[in-house]
Design a binder for this molecule. Structure first.
Ligand code: GN1
Ligand code: MG
Length: 362
């Protein structure tokens, strides 16, 4: 989008100061994010185009985020923290809305948290430990949140729903790629029953639904310069689900010794060291509040989410690449192979992972 248009959109929001510059930020697969710098002492901001193909009801999503951030703000204030740095501050439009619709796209804005650091990879166990604490604290602060939350993406981590989409994608074979994918399709099918068994525990209440972030990769945590967690960002997918999945998705992202789209599969594996550190940090915050069943299945959530992600990348490839941004034609297939390798590595180490989750911080 050209600079003048973006500036016009930025001017819809009640920003202080005069806008100096607007520059792209980050590498999200879904939204487009920009930093808005202003003159002098006025604060700087984040402006984001929300992908409404992925998020069908952006106003409802923004309402979720507003409720959750208001709750977090009260907690941070009660603990004597800095609410401008430890929670996202949404910025309203001049006509008092949480979003601007430009006739085609939805936009939202928030305060930029200055001097914050993000990490693309967890290169030390300490970072993984701190990330685990950060998500644990996030969940703890939301444990008593009792307002309604809209399900912003239907069945987001619900594998039963993913299989409905999957069966449809295979039936339609939109991009005509299915015939070459029998090996990859078999990876998914051979684990179908096992994954449904896990989800059944959420459906019948053996695993409780809690307020869950649902996209807990490392780059969604802001750290300060000393390495302390400031806050968790990207609250688009906050919903009620099993909070085990926040653990599982974090493990999927933190512990991968390769890249999510590594072409060299020898680079990809799950680092047991990083797993232990993350689990320790997470359980230091959450251990006492999890039920015995949650503890027992915590490690499995890493396999579940990594499996689901393999399915989602492959399904998008079968669908003709309509969901995830891609950088080259077979990108989703490369991602599928790399996720699957990670899943295999987790399966190989599952018994040890499970023991750590049951024993740590008891
Ligand atoms: C997407 O856009 P981003 O990077 O925050 C996706 C996650 C995936 C992730 C894979 C709403 O997240 O579920 O795990 O890509 N978000 C949505 O890297 O689908
Ligand atoms: Mg996201």
């Amino acid at each position: 989008m050209d600079k003048n248009n973006i500036k016009e959109i930025a001017q819809q929001f009640a920003f202080e100061g005069t806008i100096l510059d607007i520059t792209p930020l980050g590498e999200g697969f879904i939204n487009d994010t920009y930093t808005v710098t202003t003159e002098g002492d006025a604060p700087n901001y984040i402006l984001q185009r929300k992908n409404h193909h992925v998020f069908p009801d952006v106003p409802a999503m923004m309402d979720n985020i507003a409720r959750v951030t208001a709750h977090l703000r009260r907690k941070v204030e009660a603990q004597g923290g800095d609410p401008k740095r430890e929670v996202i501050t949404l910025i309203y439009t001049h006509d008092d809305r949480l979003y601007h619709y430009d006739g085609e796209n939805y936009w939202a804005a928030m305060l930029l948290i200055e001097d914050a650091v993000t990490h693309a990879v967890a290169d030390t166990p300490h970072l993984a430990y701190m990330g685990g604490r950060g998500i644990g604290r996030f969940q703890t602060m939301l444990a008593d949140f009792d307002e309604p939350l809209v399900e912003v993406i239907k069945g987001f981590h619900n594998i039963r729903w993913r299989f409905e989409q999957w069966d449809k994608a295979l039936g339609e074979d939109k991009a005509g790629r299915k015939a070459q994918l029998s090996k990859e399709i078999a990876w998914i099918e051979s684990r179908r029953a096992k994954m449904l068994d896990f989800w059944m525990m959420v459906e019948d209440g053996r695993l409780p639904r809690r307020v869950t972030h649902n996209d807990t990769k490392l780059s969604n945590i802001l750290f300060d310069r000393r390495g302390e967690v400031l806050c968790v960002i990207d609250l688009d997918t906050v919903m009620l689900s099993t909070s085990l999945n926040d653990f599982g998705d974090a493990i999927r992202s933190y512990t991968n010794t390769g890249a999510e789209d590594d072409k060299n599969l020898d680079n990809v594996s799950m680092s047991m060291e990083l797993f232990c550190s993350y689990a320790e940090g997470y359980l230091a915050e959450r251990g006492a509040s999890l039920t015995p069943t949650e503890r027992e299945w915590l490690a499995f959530s890493a396999l579940y989410i990594t499996y689901e992600q393999t399915l989602r990348f492959l399904m998008d490839y079968i669908d003709g690449d309509s969901y995830y941004k891609i950088a080259y034609p077979d990108h989703n297939l490369v991602r599928t192979h790399a996720q699957y390798r990670l899943l295999q590595s987790m399966e190989d180490q599952y018994e040890a992972m499970k023991a750590v989750c049951i024993e740590a911080n008891k």
